[in-house]
Design a protein around this ligand. Structure first.
Ligand SMILES: Nc1ncnc2c1ncn2[C@@H]1O[C@H](COP(=O)(O)OP(=O)(O)OP(=O)(O)O)[C@@H](O)[C@H]1O
Length: 566
């Protein structure tokens, strides 16, 4: 039998004045709440504040209080050169007050830092409240106290420094968070500093002010440092990597801020700063990419060969055009309609983690999957037997599958890859932290069909519902472009086809102009080009953690009554 949770313990309850109205303010271990009880002007004998009124109630979870401080009240007679009405009785002046800063939800998953100031005539009572709230906040040990901040001053529209100073630093300071700030001086400055110099023990987290490229630098620095400190060789693709201890916060200040959008639900610096302050924690999977025994890169969002690789390669040549280059390169690549031959082999994920087409979107706290100390995944979902092992990071017992063919695009999405342009993303049901990636294979098809598929990234239709698109949820995969296939692979392939094809492919090894299996694309790895086409990819479950909570269900903040009911 389940024991019902204990009701939160009532800590304080007093009446204060709020904007000239009287409020009953209550603090328990879960909520600070206030409710208007009457108007000061309607005071009647025997009942200080007159008849009670059921007015709007406000509930702020204690874990969403940013700070509390005593507020200096201006002396009413301190105005210069103006007549001031001096109160007859000094106790009437409500000269004591304290202000609570807290998280308020606005539209589109945005948070803002709101304030409420409670006034009263009793200084000791105010102090008692301030101390009681501070005491509750001090119990929230998940909140960071000390952060290492890296700012890319050249990300996006070059506003990173200003965004941090004007919007973020004041919130950190209000929450009494200590910060060391480094404004980067070159590309890879943050990565190299994290890898070797940074005194990580001093901090509770790392903050990245920039775009996805800057975030990639930060994770490369932090993951490499963690593996190095643990004696793990990153060049070995079969190593089980050690999860990073420090959480990472993203303050969006780039031209592409997809990771922030997919983990917080908006690209708003204040929202991100507040998620850091309240100490949110969102685990995230990371893919390691190797070419034979050489480690290449880590990826957290999109790995794309073919279409997305070609768009990036072309857009890099057009950097001078600014963000418009992505559209121009996109159209150019679409019109060129190149396809690539190769072999994909993959280790499918366990069926318990769902499928790419199950329409189970990754939302805050869902799926409730956690990593056990043994390194395997567990779920809290009652539909799956308790503590049932889903699969382990090191599990390679599954059966590898092999697919050969001609592809316009091969994409692997470690998360939905939702962004403002594609609100549902490349793989709308991909999860942030389930130890899998969605492998999407777009086979050679007509331009029109491919256009239909691409357009579905921007609307609500199922982009996988085409005969030329296949999608698999995988733990690992390998890709070998046609021309790099070993003799045994070629023999296998040609055993399936005609002998004539083999001769043809040998001739074409020297023939770069035709598109007969030799054309080679590049992998776009979170916006960076990989130097090899033949790669092995492995998903490392929950290797990093962000100061985020995933995208909240809209209803949480659309219906304040839901909160009041708690
Ligand atoms: N001080 C610096 N000078 C030049 N480049 C830097 C500096 N600091 C970081 N970088 C590099 O700038 C690149 C882009 O940064 P960021 O992701 O913040 O902005 P962005 O505008 O979103 O980038 P992108 O052009 O990739 O869309 C990163 O790959 C990072 O390595």
């Amino acid at each position: 039998m389940e024991i019902p949770p204990k009701p939160p313990q009532l800590l304080l309850s007093s009446q204060f004045s709020l904007q000239n109205r009287v409020c009953e303010v209550t603090l328990n271990s879960a909520f600070l709440s206030w409710k208007e009880v009457g108007l000061r002007q309607k005071r009647t004998a025997g009942n200080i504040y007159g008849p009670l009124k059921a007015a709007g109630s406000h509930y702020v979870p204690v874990c969403e209080i940013v700070s509390v401080q005593e507020t200096e009240e201006e002396c009413p007679s301190a105005g210069v050169g103006k007549w001031q009405k001096v109160p007859q009785n000094p106790s009437e002046s409500n000269s004591h007050a304290f202000t609570v800063s807290y998280v308020e939800r606005t539209q589109k998953h945005r948070w803002r830092c709101s304030e409420v100031t409670f006034h009263c005539t009793d200084g000791t009572l105010c102090l008692q409240w301030v101390q009681a709230i501070r005491e509750q906040l001090s119990l929230l040990t998940i909140r960071p106290k000390s952060l290492l901040v890296y700012i890319n001053p050249y990300g996006g529209k070059h506003h990173g420094k200003r965004i941090y100073e004007q919007k973020v630093a004041p919130i950190f300071s209000r929450a009494s968070i200590f910060t060391d700030v480094i404004v980067t001086e070159r590309a890879n400055h943050a990565r190299d500093h994290l890898k070797s110099e940074a005194e990580l023990k001093k901090y509770d987290g790392v903050v990245c002010v920039g775009g996805d490229g800057m975030f990639s630098e930060i994770i490369h620095g932090l993951i490499s440092r963690t593996q190095c400190d643990s004696g793990i060789d990153q060049n070995r693709s079969d190593e089980t990597l050690v999860p990073c201890g420090l959480r990472i916060g993203i303050i969006p200040a780039g031209s592409t801020d997809c990771i922030c959008y997919a983990t917080v639900g908006s690209n708003d610096p204040v929202t991100s700063a507040l998620h850091i302050v309240v100490g949110d924690s969102q685990p995230m999977d990371v893919c390691s990419i190797h070419h034979d025994t050489t480690f290449l890169r880590y990826s957290v969002s999109l790995l794309g060969y073919g279409f997305y690789g070609d768009v990036l390669t072309d857009s890099e040549r057009k950097r001078w055009m600014g963000p418009a280059r992505y559209d121009i390169s996109g159209v150019k690549t679409f019109l060129s309609h190149r396809y690539y031959e190769g072999t994909i082999s993959f280790l499918p994920a366990d069926r318990n983690v769902g499928t790419p087409r199950d329409k189970m979107q990754c939302r805050s706290g869902f799926p409730k999957i956690k990593k056990s100390s043994a390194g395997c995944l567990q779920t809290d979902d009652k539909q799956v037997s308790k503590d049932k092992e889903i699969f382990s990071d090191t599990d390679t017992k599954g059966v590898w599958q092999v697919i050969r063919g001609k592809f316009l695009a091969i994409n692997a999405a470690c998360m939905s890859c939702a962004c403002p342009r594609s609100p549902k993303g490349l793989s709308p049901s991909a999860h942030l932290a389930d130890g899998t990636a969605d492998l999407i294979l777009v086979r050679k098809c007509s331009r029109f069909d491919f256009l239909c598929h691409l357009l579905r990234h921007t609307n609500k239709d199922d982009q996988f519902d085409h005969p030329f698109v296949e999608v698999y949820r995988v733990q690992q995969f390998r890709f070998t472009p046609r021309h790099e296939e070993t003799d045994s692979e070629l023999d296998l392939r040609e055993a399936e086809g005609s002998g004539r094809k083999r001769i043809f492919s040998q001739i074409c090894k020297e023939h770069s102009a035709c598109n007969c299996g030799l054309a080679q694309s590049s992998w776009n790895c979170d916006g960076e080009i990989l130097p090899y086409a033949a790669i092995q990819v492995r998903v490392h479950c929950q290797l990093i953690k962000l100061f985020a909570r995933g995208i909240e269900e809209q209803s949480i903040f659309d219906e304040p009554s839901a909160l009041s009911a708690i």
